[in-house]
Design a protein. Sequence first.
Length: 334
Amino acid sequence: MSRVLTLGEIMLRLSTSKDSRISESKQFQVHYGGGEANVAIGLANFNHSVSFASRVPNNSLGLAVNRHLQHFGVLTHLLLLGGNRLGSYYLENGVGERASSVIYDRTSSSFAEMNVLEWSMDDLFEGVELFHVSGITPAISDSWAMMTLQLMKEAKKRKVKISFDINYRAKLWKYSKAKKVLSTLLPWVNYCSAGKLDAVHLLGIEEQSKDQDDPTYYYEQMNKIYPNIEVFYSTLREIKSASEHTLIGTIWNNNMLYTSRKHFISPIVDRVGGGDAFSAGILHGLLTKQNFDYTVSFATAASALKHTIYGDCNQFSIEEIEEFMNRKEQRILR
């Protein structure tokens, strides 16, 4: 399988039970996660050799992060030790008509405080075929916006493919700042996770009122601006309640749109990481040179399954996902 590098911040996640508010909770469930780390775990589950680069404190929480990643088969030799604290976030789980909400506590974290790249670029990219990063990383600080661009240039210099998930987070930066930074990053990208809202609000593409469920127009317009991007992909999600969604995956290449079947997800155990599971599925299909119908069907099935387990990351194998994506009816597997 392929050699992949992902880079970003991994955090301590503290979650309420579904019947509790953060302000009233006396206990929280603990997990570790972050966009790029979740993609790393997904790809490791798909038998790829995946390294995760980040910076964590040299204490018990940093050790827990290392063990979490290694438990799922991710290589951690690029996990730096330094700084004083691990970033964290609080998740208030929604239910019914009450949506989930997040409070970040990541200011001055070990990762956020980095202002120079502390890795040897030769060590970082040795043997790597694909580099994956998300828009969360350049949103953390001006330094990380600059360093993300530097990493992309280093990857391109070494003929490494670049995967980028725009992953806009309104609590981290405003549209105006994101637009400016993305305009410097997207010219270096090969594969991009971006949907209609990204196209309209971040790339300035005029919104179309017709065919709301067909993203073809937006993919075509984004490709005109950034012809270097070979593949665009995203999901179409209908939210009936916090506990019940439908999900369709889409992928676009060479003026062709491919879609998955519609998945009905109810009840949702944990939505966090569903997009990362989808990205990992798409990248797995691209790395193994599967056809686009298989790739989008596999990725969407991986995302749907992720919604059924607690935690940030996918925990399903290729065989389990393929069985699920091809299943015609629900039955006990004996």
